[in-house]
Design a protein around this ligand. Structure first.
Ligand code: ZN
Length: 117
């Protein structure tokens, strides 16, 4: 009897995506982002509430995220702007989501809160 029949079906091995390990092997842009997030803690240290205040915003102070004025790509050639106060707002997850794909609204809010870049 072949013992192949006695082996249980192997569990499917979950494919480990390489990006899961990015923090061990950060690329150039990831490094810039990590640095930016660290710097931003100091730059936006006085901001404790969501700055977007869109309708439906609860002004949560928990889980605030750094929301950038432009898409990441925009900063590739000028990474120092990633932690420029005029380029970042703190936003609650709801507002961040709402502006992430609405660049026009995003820019309007930046103009209102931070002024011209
Ligand atoms: Zn909000």
């Amino acid at each position: 009897m072949s013992d192949v029949f006695f082996h249980p079906c192997p569990k499917p091995v979950k494919e480990v995506k390489e990006k899961k390990f990015y923090h061990f092997k950060p690329g150039k842009h990831t490094k810039a982002n990590i640095k930016a997030n660290n710097e931003l803690k100091d730059v936006l240290v006085d901001i404790e509430n969501c700055e977007f205040r869109l309708s439906g915003c609860k002004g949560l102070s928990m889980g605030l995220q750094n929301c950038h004025r432009h898409k990441r790509k925009w900063y590739y050639s000028k990474p120092e702007l990633l932690y420029d106060r005029k380029q970042v707002l703190k936003g609650c997850p709801a507002c961040h989501d709402a502006t992430e794909y609405n660049r026009e609204l995003n820019e309007q809010i930046f103009m209102r809160v931070r002024g011209k870049e």
